[in-house]
Ligand binder design. Structure first.
Ligand code: HAM
Length: 426
């Protein structure tokens, strides 16, 4: 490692231009979540490791090899930086009795951590927006989640996205299928790769999720979970599909889709795209009716999904161009001691009136300050010299279009600006 200090591999800085686009995106997301009645929840980044081994599953890639875990130096407790948000959200809901009386529609957003091999769209610190509906049993909420995703992709103008849908049935159906799948895979034991052999008895469904082309034929001939669904699971799955058809949301049933976390049952879905190379899935989720009980709560059904913000931002090309970069209304330049104090006050008056104002800090003649004003992309420069300050006025000069420079007292300046920028005098 060189002496130069750098960020940690797979963990990114968002510089102002990009961070502004993220903020624009976050605003859209918040309005969208509110319009469906979801409320925010914030949980800590660090949790006890056992929350994830119990919640996400001992034999998942995440728990087996991707978690950032460490021992608390002071008391020796095993802690983990959250690799996902569902387990934490459910833990908090149980701990604070949130689902005691009413079902809850919740959302969160923030950084998650997985020690994966970094590449485009795949990072070690990444961000998710997650949605969890706790205490809802019916297929309507499964459909609500999918339909709300579709609306967001449409609002963002995302292209080339596909919805893949599957049902994982209930615990008994999965147990029957699992036994038959193991028996089937054992016949091909010698042909399985290392991962396949390891997962054969711990998590055989994940063998079907292999990316190894040599196993394609074996996977293609394997018993499909969807063929083991009983009447209730089938009815649930069909109702979800009917609601999707009624909402005109196209989907493709993918009987091989298993998801990478163990808590799912019944409906699972993934939104994929052809535009992100290997990182095709940018949003995924489904029903997890057993998790609340498994984490110590009173049994209650639930479902949810999460999107990877980096991946959605990569897809949001049009938005990136049209979101526009934040620019201030005015840049305040000044010269002279008296002018400095007056300009400082004018900047505060402008902010009180609701404008964004950058006050020039530091030295520099008018000419170099005006260059900075221009570079800030401000619509106007407010100019104050000692002479203006003595008269209690500031000069206003348009930077983006032609127009006279005028000198006004601070209150009048605010009114004039409101008229010009927003077309009203209030
Ligand atoms: P997940 O499929 O593991 O599900 O992650 C959801 C999304 O997070 C993925 O579709 C992807 O866009 C993004 N993502 C995952 N790993 C990375 C990474 N290393 N770099 C960049 N983006 C990544 C969950 O986490 C579940 N908690 C979703 C859920 C909520 N299910 C029910 N409720």
């Amino acid at each position: 490692m060189s002496n130069k200090l750098q960020g940690v591999r797979g963990m990114n800085d968002l510089l102002p231009e990009e961070a502004e686009r993220w903020e624009a995106f976050e605003e859209i997301i918040r309005d969208w979540l509110r319009s469906y009645g979801y409320r925010p929840i914030r949980t800590p980044i660090v949790e006890y490791t056992r929350l994830f081994s119990r919640g996400v599953g001992e034999h998942t890639d995440i728990v087996e090899k991707e978690m950032y875990s460490f021992e608390d130096r002071l008391n020796g407790e095993q802690l983990t930086m959250r690799p996902e948000g569902t387990a934490s959200c459910v833990r908090a809901a149980i701990e604070h009795n949130l689902i005691f009386q009413n079902p809850q529609r919740l959302y969160y957003s923030g950084p998650m951590f997985r020690h994966e091999r970094p590449q485009k769209g795949r990072y070690r610190q990444f961000h998710q927006v997650g949605v969890e509906a706790l205490g809802f049993a019916g297929p309507d909420v499964d459909a609500e989640h999918i339909v709300m995703c579709r609306r967001l992709w449409d609002d963002l103008g995302l292209e080339d996205v596909e919805l893949q849908l599957n049902s994982l049935g209930d615990a008994a159906e999965r147990a029957t299928h699992r036994a038959e799948l193991i028996a089937y895979l054992e016949r091909f034991h010698d042909q399985l790769d290392e991962d396949g052999k390891r997962r054969l008895h711990t998590n055989p469904l994940r063998v079907l999720d292999t990316k190894n082309p040599a196993l394609e034929d074996i996977v293609a001939g394997a018993p499909r979970l969807i063929d083991y669904l009983g009447e209730t699971s089938l009815k649930h799955f069909e109702s979800v599909q009917r609601l999707l058809r009624e909402a005109a949301v196209p989907y493709r049933i993918n009987p091989r889709m298993v998801r990478g976390l163990d808590y799912y049952n019944r409906t699972v879905f993934e939104w994929t795209t052809t535009r992100l190379g290997a990182q095709a899935t940018f949003c995924g989720g489904g029903r997890y009716d057993g998790l609340i009980e498994q984490l110590g709560g009173k049994p209650a059904p639930a479902c949810g999904f999460a999107m990877g913000m980096e991946r959605v931002m990569l897809l949001w090309q049009e938005g990136l161009e049209s979101a526009g970069l934040a620019s201030p209304d005015v840049y305040v330049v000044h010269q002279g001691e008296q002018a400095q104090a007056f300009a400082f006050r004018v900047a505060e008056t402008l902010r009180s009136a609701g404008f964004s104002a950058i006050y020039h800090c530091g030295e520099g003649g008018f000419k170099s300050q005006m260059k900075k004003a221009d570079a800030s992309r401000a619509a106007y420069a407010v100019i104050v010299g000692d002479e203006e300050a003595a008269a209690g006025r500031a000069a206003l000069k348009p930077l983006r279009d032609e127009g006279e420079q005028i000198a006004l007292e601070p209150e009048a300046l605010c009114e004039w600006l409101a008229q010009r920028l927003y077309g009203d005098a209030d």
